[in-house]
Structure formats: structure tokens, C-alpha cells
Write a protein that binds this ligand. Structure first.
Ligand code: FRU
Length: 497
């Protein structure tokens, strides 16, 4: 073992001791989630290094093991055989070298990146970040044969500085293989717009710069974090997390990749999820050929009331990315989510006249984590008015979260303005393509809400922090009639600690 690895493994031992200590008592915390991935304790942000390697799924993530606040970045690690039950593993990467560590400097660490299977090994490619250094961000690699202990490469940093003309913000490498060569895109910016420089390599250690694969426009933020470029069907998709984009956080583009010229040519673009709490999405292809996406179910812009309990940050449910008709991007909850289901209930069709509120009386069964499938038949709906549900409702109805369709504007709306004192108050709106029908799947956990149209086209993800006693579920109409053709519900099992 080299000196490098001794230093690294000492930092990992320290981090693991801290986590053992910090996780004590957390099983009593009221907002711990039941089926969304969280760290054993303390701070997490982006998912990193998503991969299925030799059958096993790996989820790495940005982690600060010493505190509920962001700090020197480590890579936490968990594994799973089914994408829903996760086992915590030893911290995979800790700051330890001059390119990712500096004594006394708190703004350092192993920033986001990706994983690839390199023969029997897993290779992690990440950004070494040391604020105050020039350049502050470089790309580094680490390898593991057992999938748990990672050795940082002697040749690090494998990319020592950003290409000329790009800013010092140069992070979050995403690596994939095409025709026997490795390719990497990195998040960066040129002249105040997002950009993704592209590199090519034979061995993950020597990288050749191929130019900027895509430069965003002024409406798409001033720096692109966490780029992810991948083939799907006959097309390629690009996911980026733009900084400072007005009302946008994570976009997905469909287009063509010209590997000869090193250019990605976008043909369409859309927001992946219209909620407030969705950022730094990353995808991977699993061994069944599915393209799966997981995002941080928070953002830099919202508060973290769970810090008071000793933890902050979680991941969305895994969503399968599907491309239809070469341009339509859909995200479907992975089929494995259905294995969480228990206690099925199904309602008879329910006709609501205008201005009705009906308690569907399921709070005792469903508690805090459940799925609802609901279908609104709108053939009799007035051209104005709204119809939807209220969740996590208090006995007197003053605390509630509303999910509804505005019939006139054809918008799906999630309103958290009354979701509880600690909740981020907002009204998120997404255009939906509805004619006579709105069909929704709604995933509720202790302090989260993911709503999607059943066709997977529209998603709104919100963290909410209602009083644990607020558990009521109502359906309602305002200035319109509606036929609710289907209400099915399931409790979703607790599988996460
Ligand atoms: C995105 C991000 C990345 C960076 C990481 C640091 O949320 O800012 O660009 O690598 O978080 O933790």
C-alpha cells in the first residue's frame, strides 16, 4: 500500500467512527423517511457513481459525516440487490490528498462524479476541490477490486486544470464507454453560460481534450453542474443541473451525439421535475438495460428542518427514463417500487359535485408512507374550477397539502403554502396534456411528496414537514363537477434506516 492509501484509509476510519456516534438515537427522529434513501446520519447531497456492477447496485453520495451542514465532502456508499433495500457500506472516498484536502480549510473534498465497471474493478472518477487553490477543481480517479475499499490513483489528478477559455468551475465528471473508448463530460461554463467540455481516454488515466460538446444559452443558467450524457434508443440525452437558471433546476435534452466532432446537438429540452426539491440528477444503465435516474430530493435553495434531528438530505425514488417517439422523455417509477406495497384498498367510482370535500378515511391505514393512484374523469368538468386531493391534513383542515388540476389552465398544481410551519411554502405548477382524464401516482413519505402523471411525463417533487398527527386525505372540487373513476392506495413499507 502506498502512503497515499494509508492517509486515505485513516480519514475513512475517522469518518466511520463519527457516523457510528452521530447515528445514535436517530431511529427515534420523527421525520426519518421510510423508503427514501438517507445517510445513517448528518448531511448528504448529490447522488454519485450510480452503477450496477456484477449484479449489485451501488449508490454513492456527497456526504459530510461530521455535521448536519455541508462541509469537507466525502463519498458515502450503499449497495442494494433490488434498488429499494439499501445496505450502508464504509465511506468510499475521504479528502486526503493535496488535490482534495487542505489542513484547516473547510471548503474542500471529493466532489461529485461517476462510476464505471473497469473489468473486475469499479472506477470512481470525481472532482478534487480545494477552495483557494489554483485551479480549485481537478479530476481524479480511484479504483476498487472489492467494491468497498477505494485506492486513489497515483497519477491523480488525471485532469490537472480546466481547458483554456473555461472558468475555474470545472466539476462533476460523468464517464461512459462508446466503441471501446472512455468519454467524459465535465460541468463548467464559458462566457457566463453553461458548458460541457468533453474528453476521451483509453485507460481512465490519460485524457485527451476534444472541445466543448455543448454550450448553453443565456436562459439556461450560468454554470452547468452534474452533466450526464448517455445513449438511449437511437438518440443521446443530456441531463444538466444549471446554476442560476430562472425557474429551472434540472433539464434534460434529447439530441444527437457526433463522436467524431465531439459535439452534442440538442433537439428538444425540458425540465425533468417541476418541484422545488429535485437537483443533481444522475442516471446509469442497469444490467437489464434500463436507464435509471436518481436525484437529490432537496436543493440548495430550501431549508432543512431535519437538521434539528441530526440529519439532512435524501434521494428521490429511482425513476426509469424512457424515450418515446424519439423526442418524448418520460420518467416511470421503477417497477421494484411496487414491492414496497402493502394493505391495498380500492374505492368505487366517486362522483363529486361542485364544491365538495370528501374524507376518504384512510389515515389509520396509510399513516405516513403510501402510494395513491387516482384518476379524474373530466368529461363533465367546467372549463374553470379545480379538482384534486388534500393530503397530510390536520383534523381541523387548517394544515394540508393540495394536489389538484386547474381545469382552465390545464396545470397540475402542488400547493405547500399550508403544509406546516416548517415546510417550504410554494405553489408549483406544471402544464399537463389532459383531454378527458388526469391520472396520477402520488408517493408520500414522512416528509416528502412525489407526484407524477401516470404516463410519466410530468413530475413535481416537494419536501413537506407537516405535524406527524396531520394524516387526513380528502378529495375535493371547486367550481366544477368531477368523476373520480379510480382511487387505489397502498401503504409503502419501511425499508430504510
Ligand atoms: C451540486 C454540487 C456539485 C458539487 C457538489 C458539492 O449539488 O454543487 O456541483 O460537486 O454539489 O457537494
Amino acid at each position: 500500500m502506498t502512503i497515499t492509501n494509508v492517509k486515505h484509509s485513516k480519514q475513512i476510519d475517522r469518518a466511520m467512527e463519527a457516523i457510528e456516534e452521530e447515528k445514535k438515537g436517530l431511529d427515534q427522529a420523527q421525520y426519518r423517511l421510510n423508503y427514501h434513501f438517507m445517510a445513517p446520519a448528518n448531511w448528504i447531497n448529490d447522488p454519485n457513481g450510480l452503477i450496477q456492477h456484477n449484479g449489485l447496485y451501488h449508490l454513492f453520495y456527497q456526504h459530510h459525516p461530521y455535521s448536519v451542514d455541508w462541509g469537507p465532502m466525502h463519498w458515502g456508499h450503499a449497495t442494494s440487490s433490488d434498488l429499494i433495500n439499501w445496505q450502508h457500506e464504509s465511506v468510499a472516498l475521504a479528502p486526503s490528498e493535496e488535490y482534495d484536502y487542505e489542513e484547516g480549510n473547510e471548503d474542500i473534498g471529493c466532489f461529485s462524479g461517476s462510476a464505471v465497471s473497469n473489468g473486475d474493478e469499479i472506477a470512481l472518477i470525481y472532482t478534487g476541490h480545494v477552495i483557494g487553490k489554483s485551479p480549485k477543481e481537478v479530476q481524479a480517479a480511484a479504483f476498487s477490486k472489492d467494491g468497498v475499499h477505494f485506492n486513489k490513483a497515483e497519477k491523480n489528478p488525471v485532469i490537472k486544470s480546466p481547458p483554456e477559455g473555461l472558468t475555474e468551475d470545472f466539476r462533476d465528471p460523468k464517464v461512459w464507454k462508446h466503441n471501446g473508448s472512455w468519454y467524459m463530460v465535465v460541468g463548467s461554463s464559458i462566457n457566463g453560460n453553461g458548458a460541457i467540455p468533453l474528453y476521451k481516454s483509453k485507460d481512465l488515466l490519460e485524457w485527451t481534450y476534444m472541445g466543448v460538446a455543448l454550450n448553453g444559452d443565456a436562459a439556461q443558467g450560468d454554470m452547468w453542474e452534474c452533466p450526464d450524457l448517455f445513449p438511449i434508443g437511437d438518440k443521446h440525452m443530456l441531463v444538466v443541473s444549471p446554476m442560476n437558471m430562472t425557474d429551472g433546476k434540472n433539464i434534460i435534452m434529447v439530441g444527437e451525439m457526433d463522436y467524431e466532432k465531439g459535439k452534442f446537438i440538442p433537439e428538444s429540452v425540458k425540465e425533468i421535475d417541476e418541484g422545488d426539491d429535485f437537483y443533481a440528477a444522475q442516471t446509469f444503465e442497469d444490467e437489464r438495460g434500463r436507464r435509471i435516474l436518481i436525484a437529490w430530493m432537496d436543493t440548495w435553495k430550501t431549508d432543512f428542518p431535519t437538521k434539528d434531528e441530526g440529519w439532512a438530505g435524501a434521494m428521490t425514488i429511482p425513476r426509469q427514463v424512457v424515450l418515446r417517439d424519439d423526442q418524448k422523455v418520460k420518467l416511470l417509477p421503477v417497477a421494484e417500487i411496487e414491492d414496497l406495497r402493502e394493505n391495498h384498498t380500492s374505492y368505487e367510482p366517486l362522483h363529486l359535485s361542485s364544491n365538495e370535500l370528501v374524507d376518504i378515511n384512510l389515515q389509520e391505514t396509510l399513516q405516513h408512507s403510501y402510494e395513491i393512484m387516482i384518476n379524474f374523469n373530466l368529461t363533465e368538468a367546467n372549463s374553470s374550477g379545480r379538482a384534486g386531493l388534500q393530503l397530510r391534513t390536520s383534523a381541523d383542515g387548517t394544515e394540508r397539502t393540495e394536489i389538484y388540476l386547474n381545469v382552465k389552465t390545464k396545470e397540475l398544481i402542488v400547493d405547500t403554502t399550508l403544509s406546516g410551519e416548517k415546510s417550504h411554502k410554494s405553489i408549483r405548477k406544471a402544464k399537463v396534456d389532459v383531454e378527458n382524464n388526469l391520472s396520477l401516482r402520488i408517493f408520500v413519505d414522512t416528509c416528502s411528496l412525489e407526484v407524477c402523471t401516470t404516463d410519466g411525463e410530468t413530475w413535481i417533487t416537494q419536501r413537506i414537514y407537516p405535524d406527524p398527527k396531520s394524516m387526513g386525505i380528502n378529495v375535493f372540487t371547486e367550481s366544477t363537477e368531477v368523476l373520480i373513476e379510480e382511487i387505489q392506495t397502498w401503504t409503502l413499507k419501511k425499508v430504510i434506516d
